[in-house]
Ligand binder design. Sequence first.
Ligand code: ADP
Ligand code: MG
Length: 157
Amino acid sequence: APFPIALNGLVQKGFGRGGKDLGCPTANLPDESIAPISSVAKTGVYYGYAQVLSPPDGHSKLTEEESKVLPMVMSLGWNPFYKNERLTAEIHVMHDFKSDFYGYEMKALVLGYIRPELDYTSREALIDDIEMDKRVAISSLDRLGYQKYAKDSYFSL
Ligand code: ADP
Ligand code: MG
């Protein structure tokens, strides 16, 4: 795939399918914003960097740390809510945010593929795999060749 792939859009409300319960809230990107990656057309889990931008009205709920470029894992998958006719991209930012940021703009650079989507027989197995994804993402981003992307001019620095 032609990495890096740049995505951006306003964070949408999802269907609350338990991201927060799993300890892994995912910020959903709007349909229009995923064209650059849906052409890659491979569902699964990706890693990269993301940045949540403060709204222009100056009433930002983000701390300084929260508006930085942060490591992320992203799931690209067919959405059962739309009878699997629609792809959705959901980004988990690896930071413990103090509050939600629905409606905020998010920018992401997708840098690599981790694994395909899998069916889980238990909640524990799913949680274990998400933890593994986060570790894979962190160790991949630690490589010298990737650090430059956190400082890419695509982000608001
Ligand atoms: P939804 O179905 O609405 O996407 P989630 O349980 O997946 O619900 O929660 C996603 C929301 O949680 C995001 O839109 C964002 O506002 C908030 N959020 C808080 N912390 C994070 C995080 N670390 N990564 C992504 N979203 C987060
Ligand atoms: Mg979500």
